[in-house]
Design a binder for this molecule. Structure first.
Ligand code: GLN
Length: 492
């Protein structure tokens, strides 16, 4: 079959169960696509054909024995931030260019238990710091919709791989928007779960109090399948919450759009830099939801102006602490011929980290240093609480909150070299992480250049089922999520 990449996860599961095709055929099909098409997109850092085919054969054997799970034999791509035993894990950095993890991240291990076949590891901004995937040591990934544009970041490899049909779905992580924004830029559905829902064990830390893994796929239904694998309590992650995960697939129709109260934050639609096409597409999608029976309620989120400064203190502060472990001694890159220990540390880190990571380490170290700690870090934590309260107050009168996922569509490669300008592009996503809330991106159309636009829906704590369900129903009534970039249409 030449069009296996066009099947949804449910169709793949049914096809495998009904022996319409084997996992080996499916895996070979994807590996062939990667080989033919990924040179243009550059979404993969590492492709693992041998392991993938071995996993596929094992999956086929399981299917034959009648012991298979729903997803046994379905391929996946993992963001290169999740540790994979025996396979290189780089976090997009030179400092981990030679790092082979001795263990699997919980998310990866759960994927194996579910029978997923790992195609390889996909590109990302270095240590997940960025919004374009350009800061990767391995070079920029391209947006499948327009190869001279970025796929967004930091999970840009995950987004590009799925949008080019080089993986049926992929894992991502979101510290300040890194699932939602690349999903938006590449016309995909991506869910950032509630903080604590998905284990962070073996997921290389950027900002520990904000990081959260989640699924990226074509539709809410496809995301629900991957969420069923990823979610759940993990005793190896002390911030993993002991709340039972839902059955997200079974819950796809659990929430009715009829009667759903959608909050429209006044402040969000007057942000300077909000692109006119993005605004129109998002408004049209809200109108559609209204036609389906939702009520739009104007709300106030008064702390909007504080999002970017608060996030860009807390995230770098935590990053500077987390990245101390990369010292040239324990793992990763070590400089040549150090003259003493200080020289070893300094040069290994200066040579191993790229400019964006160094910038964040400097900002974070400064904000945490004696004399500035209270003025910056403690203050930011207090503002963070106010931002959270702002959301919780809003959720007293609405069920979900709507926003664009990003003020613009995908940038041209090389266009966002000014870091502050790039940080401002995170305005719609970062507050969700500061508050620890779940949020989803759904594709809702295109701008004048045929680049995808995304709608973001933010939910209250543990409302992943609700978010997936609302988007699922929107996707039953519209076809934006079925649109494919020309490159994805290429048969190999
Ligand atoms: N763009 C944001 C940052 O650079 C978010 C990144 C992320 O979610 N990992 O911090």
């Amino acid at each position: 079959m030449t069009d296996l990449h066009r099947l949804s996860i449910r169709e793949l599961s049914e096809g495998l169960a009904g022996s319409k095709f084997s996992s080996r055929e499916l895996t070979e099909h994807y590996l062939k696509r990667i080989e033919k098409i990924d040179a243009q997109v550059q979404s993969y850092v590492t492709v693992t054909p041998e392991q993938a085919l071995a996993q596929a054969d094992a999956a086929d054997a399981l299917r034959k024995s009648g012991m298979a799970n729903v997803l046994t034999g379905v391929p996946v791509a993992h963001k290169d931030i999740f540790c994979t035993q025996g396979i290189k894990t780089t976090a997009g950095s030179k400092i981990l260019d030679n790092f082979i993890s001795p263990y699997d991240a919980t998310v990866v291990a759960k994927g194996k238990v579910a029978g997923l076949v790992t195609l390889g590891k996909v590109n990302m901004d270095e240590f997940a710091m960025g919004s374009t995937s350009e800061s990767s040591y391995f070079g920029a990934t391209k947006n499948p919709w327009a190869l001279d544009h970025v796929p967004g970041g930091s999970s840009g490899g995950s987004a590009a791989a799925v949008a080019a049909d080089l993986a049926p779905f992929a894992t991502g992580t979101d510290t300040g928007g890194s699932i939602r924004q690349p999903a938006s830029f590449c016309g995909l559905t991506g869910l950032k779960p509630t903080y604590g829902r998905v284990s962070r064990f073996g997921m290389i830390a950027y900002a520990s109090s904000l990081d959260q893994g989640g699924p990226m796929a074509r539709s809410a239904e496809d995301c629900a399948y991957l969420m069923n694998v990823m979610a759940g309590n993990d005793e190896r992650d002390s911030t993993s919450v002991n709340v039972d995960a839902d059955d997200y697939v079974a819950n796809l129709n659990s929430t009715s759009v009829k009667g759903l109260r959608i909050g429209i934050p006044k402040q969000y639609f007057n942000v300077a830099g909000l692109d006119a096409d993005v605004k129109s597409r998002v408004e049209e999608s809200l109108k559609k939801l209204e036609d389906m029976g939702a009520t739009l309620v104007e709300i106030d989120l008064n702390m909007t102006d504080a999002y970017v400064p608060t996030y860009y203190l807390i995230a770098p502060a935590e990053a500077s602490s987390n990245l101390q472990r990369f010292d040239g001694v324990r793992y990763g890159y070590r400089c040549e011929n150090p003259v003493d220990l200080t020289d070893l540390y300094k040069r290994s880190r200066s040579e191993g980290f790229g400019p964006e990571v160094q910038r964040r380490i400097l900002i974070g170290t400064y904000a945490l240093s004696a004399g500035y700690y209270d003025a910056y870090y403690v203050k930011a934590q207090k503002v963070r609480r106010l931002i959270q309260q702002d959301f919780l107050k809003a959720f007293e009168s609405v069920d979900v909150i709507a926003a664009p996922s990003a003020p613009t569509t995908a940038y041209k490669i090389g266009a966002s070299l000014d870091p502050v300008e790039m940080y401002l592009g995170d305005i719609y996503t970062i507050a969700v992480n500061l508050a620890g809330l779940p949020a989803i991106n759904a594709p809702v159309g295109f701008d004048k250049d045929q680049l995808p636009v995304g709608l973001q829906l933010i939910g209250n704590y543990w409302s992943e089922s609700q978010l997936l369900s609302v988007v699922h129903q929107y996707q039953q009534a519209t076809d934006w999520h079925t649109k494919r970039a020309a490159i994805a249409e290429e048969t190999v």
